[in-house]
Design a protein around this ligand. Structure first.
Ligand SMILES: Cc1cc2nc3c(=O)[nH]c(=O)nc-3n(C[C@H](O)[C@H](O)[C@H](O)COP(=O)(O)O)c2cc1C
Length: 308
């Protein structure tokens, strides 16, 4: 049995989602925050709020940062350590061109010198532990192999690998053979991440890679929030039980977002995110109706129709 980690998902798995997920179903050992970056040399209020310990009670949260220089690293790490966190994840996988073109996220994978600088900074912080979340490369799969000597020398708790390239974003084939080479040559514990949608996918992955430290799941958890719990407890949930969980999570999230989002249209667009990856659970037709509802009244009607 491998621990399951909840992947960072910007715009989806925010503080409210994580808290409500942990309270109603759980099954995931760690939750990772969406990446935190500097804007004009400061952390954004939205990001500070997302990892505020007050809003993350009862869950094991690992804040994730995105940077490509030790200057930014120091500002971010000091601020997060001041909030009481002891483990920080380093984003080396974000595929958005806005970040990669500045050598950040997956873009840093093409700059071994920048990775080395950051790893030196990691080595100086004995008070904290660090992990890395990365892809195989930005443009070529062997970029991760070229970085191995630098990564192997750094004191990392683990490395999470999503076996795609930055330029693929979240689509196309995963490259399991290059993942295997990295997994076999990396001296740190490896966490597998990518395209896990079912309990069978988890079992297949842990059988194929028995030395994994954990399995990290993103979209599969949004699609089926009970996935980790079903695996951990070794029981498959019925469609009724899954629907009841989704209904409860939805009403808790609606209650929460209604209290902090003033406008109907803004609230609607936030609530839509809850359904975006749920096609398999609620069916394409119903999902479309929910996503297309133009006002709250129609939205609530379609949500309720989704459970008949
Ligand atoms: C909408 C969305 C937002 C994401 N935000 C982040 C992020 O903030 N940090 C990060 O490291 N990865 C982020 N990812 C990548 C996921 O954590 C994960 O690596 C990827 O979705 C592959 O795993 P999955 O197939 O289990 O979803 C995001 C992915 C999606 C689809």
């Amino acid at each position: 049995m491998k621990p399951i980690y909840f992947a960072p998902l910007q715009g989806y798995a925010d503080d409210a989602y994580r808290r409500i997920h942990a309270e109603l179903v759980g099954g995931t050992e760690l939750y990772f925050s969406p990446f935190i970056r500097l804007e004009h040399n400061k952390m954004r209020n939205k990001d500070i709020r997302d990892i505020n310990p007050l809003y993350n009670k009862g869950i094991n949260l690992v804040p994730q940062i995105l940077c490509n220089s030790t200057k930014e690293f120091d500002i971010l790490v000091n601020a997060i350590a001041d909030m009481g966190y002891k483990h920080i994840d380093l984003n080396m996988g974000c595929p958005f061109p806005l970040q990669t073109r500045h050598g950040k996220g997956a873009g840093i994978l093409q700059h071994p010198d920048a990775v080395e600088e950051i790893m030196k900074a990691v080595g100086k912080r004995n008070d904290l532990s660090f992990s890395v979340k990365m892809r195989l490369g930005q443009e070529q799969a062997n970029e991760c192999l070229a970085l191995l000597p630098i990564l192997n020398d750094a004191p990392l708790a683990h490395i999470t690998v999503h076996p795609r390239l930055g330029i693929q974003q979240y689509k196309g084939e995963t490259d399991i053979e290059t993942f295997r080479r990295f997994y076999e040559s990396c001296k740190h514990p490896i966490v597998f991440n990518g395209d896990i949608l079912t309990v069978e996918d988890i079992h297949r992955t842990e059988t194929e890679f028995p030395n994994l430290k954990a399995i990290m799941i993103g979209r599969g958890m949004l699609a089926r929030p009970s996935l980790a719990a079903e695996y951990v407890k070794g029981e498959e949930w019925t469609a009724e039980r899954r629907a009841s969980l989704i209904k409860n999570m939805h009403s808790r999230l609606l209650e929460h977002y209604s209290s902090i989002i003033p406008g109907e249209m803004q609230l609607l667009s936030k609530m839509r995110t809850f359904w975006e990856f749920m096609e398999v659970e609620i069916g394409r037709k119903q999902q479309k109706k929910i996503l297309k509802a133009g006002n709250m009244k129609n939205y609530m009607r379609e949500v309720s129709n989704g459970f008949h």
